[in-house]
Design a protein around this ligand. Structure first.
Ligand SMILES: [Mg+2]
Length: 120
């Protein structure tokens, strides 16, 4: 299974990866630091799931989500963001994200994501 983790903050990426390594130890993990890099890696690697931050330089998570869904309408994207306003959540769900979780994500969230949000 290929997983793409996108966050401009290294701490943000590491917290997602730390949980992934517990819950999905066999996953092949790719990292991107902005939306543009994420889009390029998505095209190249076609990951099974994407963990995507919203606030990033160069290309933010909203734009990256939109473009990823244009590349593959069945893409499975989970938003991990410090912006926990309901408006942000509604916006990303409307754009095709499977769900949205507040930072920092924990192992319980990760279990829930793989059991309820993603179909892999
Ligand atoms: Mg950020």
């Amino acid at each position: 299974m290929k997983i793409l983790v996108v966050d401009d903050s290294k701490i943000g990426r590491m917290s997602v990866i730390k949980s992934l390594e517990v819950i999905k130890p066999d996953a092949e993990i790719f990292q991107a630091v902005n939306g543009l890099e994420a889009l390029e890696l998505f095209r190249q690697e076609r990951p099974d799931a994407v963990f995507l931050d919203l606030t990033m330089p160069v290309m933010d998570g909203y734009e990256a989500l939109k473009r990823i869904m244009e590349v593959d309408k069945n893409a499975q994207v989970i938003i991990i963001s410090a912006d926990i306003q309901n408006e942000a959540k509604l916006r990303v769900l409307a754009a095709g994200a499977k769900n949205m979780y507040p930072k920092p994500i924990n192992d319980e969230n990760m279990v829930q994501i793989f059991e309820q949000d993603l179909s892999l």
